[in-house]
Design a protein around this ligand. Sequence first.
Ligand SMILES: CC(C)(COP(=O)(O)OP(=O)(O)OC[C@H]1O[C@@H](n2cnc3c(N)ncnc32)[C@H](O)[C@@H]1OP(=O)(O)O)[C@@H](O)C(=O)NCCC(=O)NCCS
Length: 169
Amino acid sequence: MNIVPEGHLRTMGEGDLQPVLSWRNHPEVRRYMFNPGEISWDEHVAWFAAASKNPRKHLLVFEQSGEPRGYACLNEIAIGVVDWSFHAAPGAPRGTGARMLRAVLDYAFNQQRLHKIYAEVLQENTRSLALHRRLGFTEEGFLREQHPTVAGYQSIYCFGLLRAEWAEH
Ligand SMILES: CC(C)(COP(=O)(O)OP(=O)(O)OC[C@H]1O[C@@H](n2cnc3c(N)ncnc32)[C@H](O)[C@@H]1OP(=O)(O)O)[C@@H](O)C(=O)NCCC(=O)NCCS
């Protein structure tokens, strides 16, 4: 039997800049981003320099067996309320996303004692939609044909999860 390690989260550091950018620029990740353009190295470095000093942002890397396997960011939009964004390393074993997000929920609610996580997901992003539903998020809104893409307008699902709901889930 193949036992997949649970993995753990740590704060993103400068050593993670290269892998995180290569994941972010992979076509299978970019296609689900609200900004699907490629990010240059200089833009990425400038973003990290500012974001890593911003106390309202939590930049996290998910590791399994010493290998970085995913990136997640919590971004405080009000006291105790964050939105999140994340991506797994393309080619990471199936289930990586679910493991990473469970670790992020533990970090957000148990360690940081945050109140709510909010997310917006494009309608074509079936894996992310499945993950939010599986993790116990409530669908709080559906923005019809809100997001222009080269293939036409896409709708957006809005999800929310409260700490109390997560504790029950
Ligand atoms: C979203 C993402 C993190 C999910 O990570 P993952 O490791 O692929 O996900 P998992 O293997 O844990 O599976 C997540 C769900 O997708 C489903 N899934 C996995 N691979 C799939 C595939 N090839 N086709 C369809 N569904 C699939 C799983 O069954 C699971 O659903 P379930 O919980 O109902 O069983 C990853 O696909 C990713 O980085 N995508 C690009 C970036 C992105 O979309 N970020 C989120 C923006 S809101």
